[in-house]
Structure formats: structure tokens, C-alpha cells
Ligand binder design. Sequence first.
Ligand code: FES
Length: 112
Amino acid sequence: MTNDMGPGWSDAAAADDVWDGAGIEAQAGGRTVALFRSGEQVFATDPLCTHGNARLCDGFVEVDAGKASVECPLHQGRFDLADGRPLCEPVTEPLRTYPVRVEGGRVWVALG
Ligand code: FES
């Protein structure tokens, strides 16, 4: 697909494919990312947990005080989806996150 967003932005998925409260794995700019939705907000992160390489798209999206996080499906560590910081043990290393824009029914990710 043509990159309508300008340099640095990659088309990752149809916005409708990212369901509220869930995650999916997607390809963007030749890389694998995880996409998550919480209401109108869509987040993009590296696909694997920094603790044990579990697939975070299989984790659980939670919202606490308006802040979305994902719980790893393997050992239940949690990451803030906005900035990737670890929120509870056993995760201690931050998760890389990427800027996201939803335009034209597509999710665009800036991989940097
Ligand atoms: S692999 Fe994710 S918390 Fe251990």
C-alpha cells in the first residue's frame, strides 16, 4: 500500500482488525509489532515480552484509572501501553513502544 502518511510511517493493519480490549500481531515496515486497542486508543509495541519472549498480543489489555496496560500471558507481568514502562514483577525492562496514528481506516506506526 502507498504510504500516505509521509516518511517514517508504516501501514500496519486495518483499524477494524484491532478489537477493543485485545491485541494482534502485525507487520509494519518489514518488522513485527503488536497492536492493542483500548476504546478509541490504539497502541503499538514490540511483539515480545522483555522478560521471557512471550507474545504480548496474546496478553490481556486492562484499564486502570484511564491508563491502558497489557498483562503478559506467561508470568502476568504488566506494561503501560503508552510508554512501555514495567508496572509489576517479574518484568523490569521497559517494552519499546511506537507512535500510532489511525487514519483512513488504517493503523499507521512510526518505527523510528
Ligand atoms: S514472559 Fe512475560 S512476564 Fe515472563
